[in-house]
Ligand binder design. Structure first.
Ligand SMILES: NC(=O)c1ccc[n+]([C@@H]2O[C@H](COP(=O)([O-])OP(=O)(O)OC[C@H]3O[C@@H](n4cnc5c(N)ncnc54)[C@H](O)[C@@H]3O)[C@@H](O)[C@H]2O)c1
Length: 276
């Protein structure tokens, strides 16, 4: 989508971090914006903070298909057509590969994977029907490109978002609807405090022994996030990718070696198989 002016964007996880930066960048590009988030106070503050009558907010839990459907309806009622959908809300829970509770697995997959699916299911029929073109941006992560220890549900959810986006891009290409998958490394946001929005139904977060390797990993990641990229930079790359219709959005080219290591190991195993 070359021209974004006057178009409408729907952004989940819009009350904080990357989602909020996306909302700001879309508004600055002359778009109408609906920020959707599970945290009502933060959402209200985000909408007020942007101070633009074309930016609105809707409370929405992306893990719940009815809630996403309701948010979509509110957006259609408010702005008419929607062109850009950013399935961006996400949470992280760590705790060591053999110590992550089933509840944590369910929570992370419900938000990070099913949340993306619900967004696609609620908005795609509408975008197809209005025929003006559109673009879907799914937020994955470099954790969807390379594997790591300690945040297994997070990696699993992000790998799934990458493959889902790749498939969707092929499916929608003939319809003139673009798809991008956002794969950042560390970004300065509140993702490390994801438990602030963990619904009761998923139980309490795992309490880590401060002396454990898992706690050390969580602390190390918190530091990397603290010194991570400015979300505004990430948002600018997303706008660029929408305009240029680019599938992969990478913001941390310095992580190339990690991706290369994985792909090289896969290709080496293929070569070995070919020789057998
Ligand atoms: N920060 C990073 O280093 C980083 C790196 C790669 C990918 N990401 C991804 O970026 C996306 C945005 O996260 P962020 O880093 O801006 O974190 P953040 O915590 O600052 O923002 C996430 C937002 O999602 C909302 N949210 C949580 N559960 C929700 C639900 N069930 N329904 C609706 N909204 C919900 C939160 O309230 C919050 O406003 C996530 O998908 C995350 O996995 C972040």
């Amino acid at each position: 989508m070359r021209d974004l002016t006057g178009k409408t964007a729907f952004v989940t996880g819009g009350a904080s971090g990357i989602g909020l930066a996306l909302g700001k960048a879309f508004a600055e590009a002359g778009m109408k914006v609906m920020l959707a988030d599970i945290e009502m106070d933060a959402l209200d503050a985000a909408v007020k903070g942007l101070g633009n009558s074309d930016v609105r907010g809707v409370v929405c839990d992306v893990s719940n298909p009815d809630s996403v459907e309701g948010a979509a309806k509110t957006t259609f009622d408010t702005f008419g057509k929607v062109h850009v959908v950013c399935n961006n809300a996400g949470v992280a829970a760590g705790g060591g590969i053999d110590a992550i509770s089933l509840d944590s697995w369910k929570w992370v997959l419900d938000v990070n994977l099913m949340g993306v699916l619900h967004g696609i299911r609620s908005f795609l029929p509408h975008i197809r029907a209005h025929g003006e073109g559109g673009h879907i941006v799914n937020t994955a992560s470099m954790a969807g490109m390379v594997s790591g220890l300690g945040f297994s549900p997070y990696h699993a959810s992000k790998f799934a978002v990458v493959t889902m986006s790749e498939g969707l891009a092929v499916q929608l290409q003939p319809l003139g609807i673009g798809v991008s998958v956002l794969c950042p490394g560390f970004v300065r946001t509140r993702i490390g405090e994801s438990a602030r929005n963990r619904p009761e139904q998923y139980g309490a977060p795992t309490t880590l022994d401060p002396a454990s390797p898992a706690a050390a990993l969580v602390a190390q990641i918190a530091q990397l996030i603290e010194s991570g990229l400015d979300p505004a930079f990430v948002a600018a790359q997303v706008l660029n990718a929408i305009r240029e219709n680019e599938l992969y959005i990478f913001t941390h080219p310095e992580m190339r070696a990690e991706a290369e290591q994985r792909f090289t190991a896969i290709l080496a195993a293929m070569d070995k198989a070919a020789k057998r």
